[in-house]
Design a protein around this ligand. Structure first.
Ligand SMILES: Cc1cc2nc3c(=O)[nH]c(=O)nc-3n(C[C@H](O)[C@H](O)[C@H](O)COP(=O)(O)OP(=O)(O)OC[C@H]3O[C@@H](n4cnc5c(N)ncnc54)[C@H](O)[C@@H]3O)c2cc1C
Ligand SMILES: Cc1cc2nc3c(=O)[nH]c(=O)nc-3n(C[C@H](O)[C@H](O)[C@H](O)COP(=O)(O)O)c2cc1C
Length: 444
């Protein structure tokens, strides 16, 4: 499909791909064995299985496992793609905690579970309960949870409790599910207050228009002063519009390191079809005044936190996606190997934070900086095109243990990167990278 590689280097690349594939197979086989061992140690016949894009379902699953273990009722806890037919056969009860992503789809790591589950696998011995996490603003609310439950029932499983759903991680709904779990397993319930987000105040100090001459919608960097500096690169904040109760929260990737002492965001001023500014982005980018104070809560995103600081990192994003990548770059140690591929529209008007990025390039904090401009008259490119052009570099960095971080819009950019990586590396290697925590995404 991709005919970009020069003939003379084809054999070299093919050998590279083969070698890295073999290394990856051995790595993932070892990882798989280690995981199987840890699952079987922890497991009686009760399992908690999660599928999570941004970490909520995973956190709830681990919390339930801890609660059960404290009550002397141990349960294994694992990701959905680790649930093999033999584990399904051995288990008597499984609690599934799964979110829905994309357009009514499974989270990325769990995409192949239902396809791989053979219809011959009879589950008549198995009792299940499914908790779906979702958001009612999406047309297919908790669809993956429904699909999963329907399929397991079709294969003979019975319900120990009916399907429950939680909309937008609402604290009352979570507390209700917790009470049901506590009653079901005869354990103490977690205090409802644990689900309340911890709110903090921050004051707008500065707002910088990053693309004032662009035809693209405005992109703004906002700097807030706050006493609360307790986040890791990869985390997000929710904006709580208490001063305008007519709209609910919106989430934004944190664009700065906590060590900087400032909370920074990079926000795209959204417009709808009638050119009305988006409620929250309109407020943040145009209405909020300098010195105004607003309320945030932090969302921790373990699946988008940094992995090994001593290994190379490949950062891929477009537009506001720079936010989550910038926080990571700010925290990466000196002399680390960092490759940033950044997408925008126009080379003349859409170079984001040029001084900062070029300074990082000069000081070699950015080993490579590749701009992909989709409306460049000479060489229009998307970020994923660089992966094809620099396939050798990609493979060599992955061989050195690199982690790939992707941040920004799911439609277009996120999907395009995923498709290209699948074509270049193969679905199995990409899944293996994901399982090793080396393909990390914050997509919206
Ligand atoms: C994990 C994550 C990280 C994100 N990071 C960033 C970032 O770093 N920078 C950035 O610019 N954007 C980011 N976003 C997108 C951001 O959260 C907003 O969706 C975006 O700013 C548009 O919001 P708006 O209110 O301006 O637009 P609106 O047009 O008002 O709303 C946009 C969408 O919000 C939903 N919505 C509409 N009305 C309501 C309502 N009454 N209550 C609740 N929801 C409603 C609808 O799905 C609508 O399509 C992120 C999103 C997620 C999920
Ligand atoms: C890009 C994106 C797409 C989503 N699509 C859906 C959807 O189709 N249906 C739904 O109910 N929720 C959808 N959600 C909401 C998530 O399921 C919800 O935020 C959930 O709490 C995430 O849990 P997790 O952190 O375990 O992945 C979507 C969220 C994002 C960011």
């Amino acid at each position: 499909m991709f005919e970009i590689v020069a003939d003379s280097s084809r054999q070299l690349i093919a050998a590279g791909v083969l070698l890295s594939y073999c290394a990856c197979c051995i790595g993932s086989w070892r990882g798989y064995r280690a995981k199987q061992r840890s699952i079987s140690h922890a497991t009686g016949d009760r399992l908690i299985v999660w599928a999570s894009q941004s970490g909520n379902a995973q956190q709830l699953a681990q919390q339930l496992q801890q609660q059960l273990s404290q009550a002397g009722k141990p349960a294994g806890c694992l990701a959905l793609e680790q649930l093999s037919s033999s584990l399904l056969q051995k288990s008597t009860e499984i609690i599934f905690i799964v979110s829905t992503f994309g357009e009514g789809e499974a989270p990325e790591h769990a995409r192949f579970f239902l396809k791989k589950l053979t219809v011959e696998c009879s589950l008549q011995h198995l009792k299940i309960h499914v908790l779906g996490l979702g958001d009612r603003r999406y047309p297919e609310f908790c669809k993956f949870a429904e699909q999963l439950q329907a399929r397991l029932i079709a294969q003979g499983a019975t319900l120990s409790l009916p399907l429950m759903t939680v909309d937008n991680m609402q604290a009352e709904q979570l507390a209700h599910w917790q009470q049901c779990m506590a009653a079901h397993f005869a354990i103490d319930a977690i205090a409802a207050s644990q689900y309340q987000p911890s709110w903090f105040h921050a004051t707008l100090l500065e707002r910088q228009h990053l693309n004032p001459y662009s035809n693209s919608p405005g992109l703004y960097k906002l700097r807030f002063q706050t006493a609360y500096c307790d986040w890791q690169a990869g985390d997000t904040v929710r904006v709580h519009p208490f001063n305008n109760p007519a709209f609910s929260t919106r989430e934004y990737s944190i664009a700065s390191s906590a060590a900087s002492g400032y909370l920074e965001l990079i926000v795209r001023l959204n417009y709808d079809a009638k050119q009305t500014p988006g409620q929250c982005s309109g407020w943040l980018c145009t209405a909020l005044n300098i010195n105004d104070s607003i309320v945030f809560s932090r969302c921790t995103k373990p699946n988008f936190h940094a992995t090994a600081h001593d290994k190379p990192a490949i950062f891929i994003g477009a537009g506001s996606g720079l936010a989550g990548l910038r926080a990571h770059l700010a925290e990466r140690p000196k002399l680390s190997q960092n490759w940033l591929i950044l997408g925008e529209r126009c080379p003349r008007t859409d170079r984001l934070l040029p001084e900062e990025l070029h300074q990082w390039q000069r000081s070699q904090h950015l080993t490579y900086l590749d701009y992909a401009f989709s409306r460049d008259a000479n060489t229009p490119r998307y970020v994923q095109d660089y992966l094809v052009e620099q396939q050798q570099r990609l493979i060599s960095w992955l061989e050195q243990g690199a982690t790939i971080y992707v941040c920004g819009r799911l439609q277009g950019m996120g999907r395009g990167v995923q498709e290209t990586l699948t074509q270049l590396l193969g679905a199995e290697q990409l899944q293996s990278l994901q399982q090793q925590g080396r393909y990390r995404t914050d997509l919206y």
